[in-house]
Design a protein around this ligand. Structure first.
Ligand code: GLN
Ligand code: ZN
Length: 773
């Protein structure tokens, strides 16, 4: 057995962005999938990316050979990595060439092939990152395939590094897995924990033989109260699993991480489980009461989730409050949720840039704090001073506090949150439905789409040229209007009932609004991985929010002018704007939500005044920001729902408000969805075969609902029969007069051929089902 040092480095991070500062991984994946490059070329590019990342982290001050650099690269997703490492591969993918073409087989599980659906995707705790949900049943084999982990370790060593492999821990892995087949309803994947741990033990032995000193096992499930497994079961599972892992004959030291919130009562069992180090999130959670001797507390004091420079004085106070024999400084979470570096933002206002810290800058903060802790705070006096100055300057900067915005927020009353008639009486849902139907004259089971149509290369090019100044405003207008007209005619031809303008002018449903609201800036290279090869560029909200001018009305009115059918106005709701941006932290989220709610309320009012009869306000991220602790749910749901109501209740009873929800399971917030008060809610449901409708039916949801019947995440064209079958399934839970027919989500990532074919089938299915309900 090789020598295992038990000293944990004084500074570390829990993970680093793996997509590459120029999205190299995205390009490499897409070119591999498109057959433009082969597996060798892909391996070379990703090798280069990882090697550059290690050097980059070392240059920032993390040690080259003391395990302080986490090996957090992944081809696509860290949960899929664990699934592949432990052989948790669904039957339908087991015959792929796992030994010959690992990246090919791996990609197929992530993306599906033919009728073999990929693993489902869902959000990673309260982040905007999506992981792939492993499928586990009674007989899923667990077999070690250490290649993904060992190849990184070997590569690092060849480069002269001793890094720290990171793997999703066994408890979190199974807590996030789902029972594989409907036959195994009631089966709990955690019941197979002991068998899985056996394979983790094998992996540990392989790693120690390769000179690994520390391994990181990520166990964020420990902090979440939103999983189906309760705290007692989680604790029992953890204690059993780690008793076995820590007593393994040959193993590296183990760091368990518990990012995103407090460990709470689980801190005690985790710290006493026999592992050598525990990483706790001291930004989003509390300090554990006692740390046993011999255990290193890895103190997550630098926020891994935001883009703001750290208040180093505050972090220092937290560190000084830690009573543990051994303390290390770290980020609170992996840095995979933030962009690479502020240094790569040449167009950002320098004052604003001075307030920011992305991944690289956060590493420097960690290193500074670790130096203060080990060498005395005088050693870092100038860094602390610098941070203090910046924070003070920011608080006093113009735009951070805007009096007229604050006054308007202070003036919000209860009446602003209710739908009323012109004479101020409450407009009941029944009277609204009647007036809206009178105005819209829709058939039963009305058909519609969620908003965006495929974004063609021409459209993207026109937007990019116009942004760069290479296309005049007038030419841009012409191109966008031509596209809108094309999309309207297409929808008329397809026979859809409620049309959309197609969102061609929007790069992204949040960034577009951020660009048009005061208080936000957008970045140039601030990409963050959303899943696999997909990245988003979250905007940064730094000051009070207001709307200097109408945003969407000109496009909506143009679209409506082309057709007698209703065209939906299309907005992104306050919660989603917040969830998918980096939000200031010097004001409570609830206050920012009100500011955005008011800005959108004005936009909704302008759309209504322009005779737009149906207005959709998307809130796909409503569930995403749900706090991980149950005690915090009510407060969150109060302010989030209120902000949506603030945005949408200023309209007349005969204006129909829609909302759209996706990307999450919504079963546990059905009441909140009801409280949004939207007249019609479209909700993702195709992949789960209308599962959410059961929950809606139980709650007696009395509003219009459009369960998505066409899964837009895949290029597959669903048949009329399949679509009609899903509608028939829906009719079992939803009264036909409340049922709408629509896809799962927007179509912007799809191609035109499959979209047209699918929508044609969708309209046909609606006709077929209308005939017999
Ligand atoms: N209206 C948006 C669209 O169609 C909604 C997207 C979403 O829910 N993510 O693209
Ligand atoms: Zn959606």
């Amino acid at each position: 057995m090789s020598f295992v040092s038990s000293v944990f480095p004084s500074a570390t991070i829990l993970g680093y962005p793996r997509i590459g500062d120029r999205r190299q991984l995205k390009r490499a994946l897409e070119s591999l999938w498109a057959g433009r490059s082969n597996a060798d070329e892909f391996a070379a590019t990703t090798h280069q990316l990882r090697a550059a990342t290690r050097e980059r982290l070392a240059a920032r001050g993390l040690g080259r050979d003391d395990s302080s650099i986490p090996e957090s690269f992944s081809w696509y997703d860290q949960v899929l990595d664990a699934a592949v490492t432990f052989g948790v591969i669904p039957d339908r993918f087991r015959s792929l060439d796992w030994s010959g073409d690992l990246v090919g087989a791996y990609s197929t599980v992530a993306r599906g092939v033919g009728d073999d659906a990929p693993l489902e995707m869902t959000k990673w705790f309260n982040t905007n990152y999506h992981y792939l949900v492993p499928e586990v049943d009674e007989s899923t084999p667990f077999v070690l395939n250490p290649t993904l982990v060992t190849s990184l370790v070997d590569e690092a060593r060849a480069q002269g590094f001793v890094t720290r492999p990171t793997i999703v821990g066994p408890v979190t892995f199974l807590a996030l897995s789902k029972a594989a087949t409907s036959a195994s309803t009631g089966f709990d994947p955690l019941s197979r924990l002991d068998e899985l741990v056996g394979v983790y033990v094998e992996l540990l032995a392989v790693l120690v033989e390769r000179g690994v000193q520390w391994v990181q096992l990520d166990e964020p499930a420990l902090v979440s109260e939103n999983l189906s497994v309760d705290a007692t079961a989680l604790e029992q599972a953890f204690v059993a699993a780690y008793a076995r892992l820590t007593s393994a004959d040959a193993r590296p030291n183990i760091l368990v991480t518990a990012p995103f919130a407090s460990l709470g009562a689980l801190a005690e069992p985790v710290l006493n489980s026999g592992v050598e180090a525990v990483a706790v999130d001291l930004v989003h959670g509390d300090l554990p009461a006692a740390v046993p001797d011999g255990v290193t507390l890895v103190a997550g004091v630098v926020n891994g989730r935001n883009v703001w420079r750290c208040d180093l004085d505050q972090a220092r106070r937290v560190l000084e409050g830690v009573h543990a024999g051994s303390v290390a400084v770290s980020t609170s979470t992996s840095l995979q949720h933030v962009p690479h570096t502020v240094a790569d933002e040449p167009t950002l206002d320098p004052t604003l840039a001075s307030w920011l810290a992305f991944a690289d800058e956060k590493i420097s903060e960690v290193v500074t704090l670790a130096r203060g802790l080990t060498q005395g705070w005088d050693a870092v006096a100038s860094e602390l001073d610098d941070a203090r100055t910046v924070l003070a300057a920011r608080a006093a900067a113009p735009g951070v506090t805007v009096p007229h915005v604050r006054e308007r927020v202070a003036g919000i009353t209860h009446a602003d949150l209710a739908r009323t008639t012109i004479d101020g009486k409450r407009a009941s849902i029944a009277s609204r439905v009647a007036q809206q139907q009178e105005r819209l004259q829709l058939p039963p089971l009305p058909t519609t789409t969620i908003g965006s149509f495929p974004q063609t290369a021409d459209i993207r090019r026109a937007r990019a040229q116009w942004t760069r100044g290479d296309l005049t405003d007038a030419d841009y207008q012409v191109q966008m209007r031509t596209e809108i007209e094309r999309v309207i005619r297409l929808q008329e031809d397809l026979g859809l009932d409620v049309l959309v303008h197609g969102e061609a002018e929007r790069n992204d449903m949040v960034q577009y609004f951020a660009e048009h609201l005061d208080g936000f800036v957008v970045t140039e290279n601030g990409w963050v991985q959303s899943y696999g090869s997909r990245c988003t560029r979250p905007s940064i909200q730094w000051g009070d929010v207001s709307r200097p001018a109408p945003i969407t009305t000109q496009w909506a009115t143009y679209a409506q002018s082309l057709t007698p059918k209703p065209v939906k106005g299309m907005l992104t709701g306050p919660v989603t704007i917040m969830a998918w941006s980096f939000i200031r932290e010097d004001l409570p989220l609830a206050e920012t939500a009100k500011q955005i709610g008011l800005a959108l309320r004005d936009e909704v009012g302008d759309l209504e005044a322009a005779n737009i009869a149906v207005i959709q306000v998307d809130e796909p991220a409503l569930r995403e920001l749900l706090p991980l602790k149950k005690a915090d749910h009510k407060d969150y749901l109060d302010w989030s729902v209120s902000s949506f109501r603030l945005a949408t209740t200023g309209v007349r009873p005969d204006t129909q408000i829609h909302t759209h929800l996706c990307y999450s399971e919504f079963n546990d917030i059905i009441d909140a969805i009801d409280h949004l008060g939207a007249d019609v809610t479209s909700i993702e449901a195709a992949r789960s075969r209308m599962e959410v409708l059961g929950a809606l039916a139980v709650s007696g949801f009395g509003r219009g609902v459009g369960p998505g019947i066409y899964d837009i995440h895949s290029p597959r064209v669903p048949s009329v029969e399949e679509l009609a079958e899903l509608l028939d399934l829906a009719v079992r839970s939803v009264r036909p007069e409340l049922l709408w027919v629509n896809p799962d989500c927007g179509l912007k990532t799809r191609g035109y051929d499959e979209t047209v074919a699918s929508l044609r089938n969708l309209v046909q299915a609606a006709h077929d089902v209308r005939a017999h309900v």
